[in-house]
Structures are given as structure tokens and as C-alpha cells.
Design a protein around this ligand. Structure first.
Ligand code: PGA
Length: 252
């Protein structure tokens, strides 16, 4: 269960949001789920200190990274630096990075490999645009992105990863995919992982749905077998709403 804050919450707001989230999450939530929040880079150290002191079960995530360890790369943050900060999960290839900042599958694959090499878990994002969906290219697009973005990974690595199926037309639009759409996309991810990395990796890779998830629809979106969790944007900015989404995994 991942909360992607995107470019929201300065470090003061981050501290109060995470404190409220810690107050709201229950032991039963942690029994069934890994829960992670992905604040902006400038908040990571502040949030890490809060988590270390108050709730080591809530995991720290990042939204992006660069693959080189250090050097003359002005403005970039390396996977190695994130690992030093106690980051567990790093998002790679979010559609906003792909669409606004030019990330290609090849670049995403380099990020994924750097995240793994530094002992962290990638959350690889894939998903089709509205136009691709209208043309009937959804499954092909997902397959291509999974193939290209996992290039150079081993079966064991892929089996330990998270892949988020995020249809771009559903991100931040309030237009949610149906549970059947979420299942179809997640199933396409799992099938492609199986074809390239074998049945073992396909059975252990965790697959999320993302795109306008909220407390009212989260449970339904996770009701099909291939959807193991959710990657939440807007609704994770508020601690109460993100905690309610996490709790929806536990409800009978
Ligand atoms: P959203 O974002 O929940 O605000 O649609 C999801 C995401 O981009 O990961």
C-alpha cells in the first residue's frame, strides 16, 4: 500500500501528516500489508527521523532516483543516497516522469537496476494513455513497458519487486478504472513477467493498481486476484484518507 505524495507537502507538512498517519494505522494493517509513503526528496530526512522514533513499521519511499552513484549530475539524487536514508521502496518510471520528463523504458530499466543494486525495492509503473486504450492497444502497451523496463533483471529480482499498473487516463482525473480493468491490466503484467522470468517470479511479484484510488473504491479495486495492493496519489496526502484506504485491505 503506497502513498505517492508527488510534489506536495513541504517538510513541516510532511512531519504532521506522517504523525497523524502513524496515529491512524493499526497493528492489523501491518499484519496484512507493507505500508509505504513516498514524500518529495526534501522531506525524506525529516520523515525518516519521525519513523525511526515513532513507527519503524511504516516504510519510507522515494518517487524517483538517478542510476549513477555519484558525480557531476546536477540536480539528481542517486539510489545510493536514498538507501543511506533508510528508503525501502523507490518508484521508477511513473507516468509523470515518462510524459513530462522524458523517461524511456531504457532509462527506467537503469533506474530499476540501480534501486535493486542498492538493496531497495522498485515500484515499476506501467500503463497506457487514453488514446492507446481507445485504439485497443492497452495490453500490448503494458507488455512492452514491462519487457523494456525490466531489461537486465534476474527472475529473483523481478519476483521481489512491485509493479504498478496505472492507466494514465485514470491518474489524477477522478476517472477510476473498473475493478475488471484493474484486473485485466494486472493480469497482463503478471503474464508478461511469467513469459520472461518464469512462474515463480510471476507468483511472487506484487502488483498494484493506481489511478484515482480513494477510500470508497479501494476495496473493490483490490477484489480481483491479480491486484495485490494500490499506489495512491491525491488521496494519500491526507492521513485519514490514506489510513482508510489501507484499512480497506483488512475489512472482511
Ligand atoms: P492519483 O495518482 O491517485 O492522484 O490518481 C496515482 C499515481 O499517480 O500514482
Amino acid at each position: 500500500m503506497s502513498g505517492n505524495w508527488k510534489m506536495n507537502h513541504d517538510h513541516h507538512q510532511a512531519i504532521s501528516t506522517v504523525q497523524r498517519l502513524i496515529f491512524r494505522l493499526r497493528p492489523e494493517d501491518y499484519r496484512v500489508a507493507d505500508v509505504c509513503i513516498h514524500p518529495p526528496f526534501t522531506d525524506l530526512r525529516s520523515v525518516q527521523v519521525v519513523l525511526d522514533n515513532d513507527d519503524p513499521q511504516l516504510m519510507l519511499g522515494a518517487q524517483h532516483c538517478y542510476w549513477e552513484e555519484s558525480g557531476a549530475f546536477t540536480g539528481e539524487v542517486s539510489a545510493a543516497m536514498l538507501a543511506k536514508l533508510g528508503v525501502t521502496y523507490v518508484i521508477a518510471g511513473h507516468s509523470e516522469r515518462r510524459q513530462l520528463f522524458g523517461d524511456t523504458d531504457e532509462m527506467v530499466a537503469r533506474r530499476v537496476r540501480a534501486i535493486l543494486a542498492n538493496g531497495m525495492t522498485p515500484i515499476l509503473c506501467v500503463g497506457e494513455t487514453g488514446e492507446e486504450r481507445d485504439q485497443g492497444w492497452t495490453l500490448e502497451r503494458i507488455r512492452d513497458q514491462v519487457k523494456g523496463s525490466l531489461d537486465g533483471c534476474t527472475a529473483d529480482q523481478v519476483g521481489s519487486m512491485v509493479v504498478a499498473y496505472e492507466p494514465i487516463w485514470a491518474i489524477g482525473t477522478g476517472r477510476t478504472a473498473t475493478p475488471d480493468d484493474a484486473q485485466a491490466g494486472a493480469h497482463a503484467v503478471r503474464a508478461e513477467v511469467e513469459a520472461r522470468f518464469g512462474p515463480e517470479a510471476a507468483s511472487t511479484v506484487r502488483i498494484q493498481y493506481g489511478g484515482s484510488v480513494n477510500p470508497a473504491n479501494a476495496r473493490q479495486l483490490m477484489s480481483h486476484p491479480d491486484v495485490d495492493g494500490v499506489l495512491v496519489g491525491g488521496a494519500s496526502l491526507d492521513a485519514d484518507s490514506f489510513a482508510a484506504i489501507v484499512a480497506s485491505l483488512v475489512q472482511e
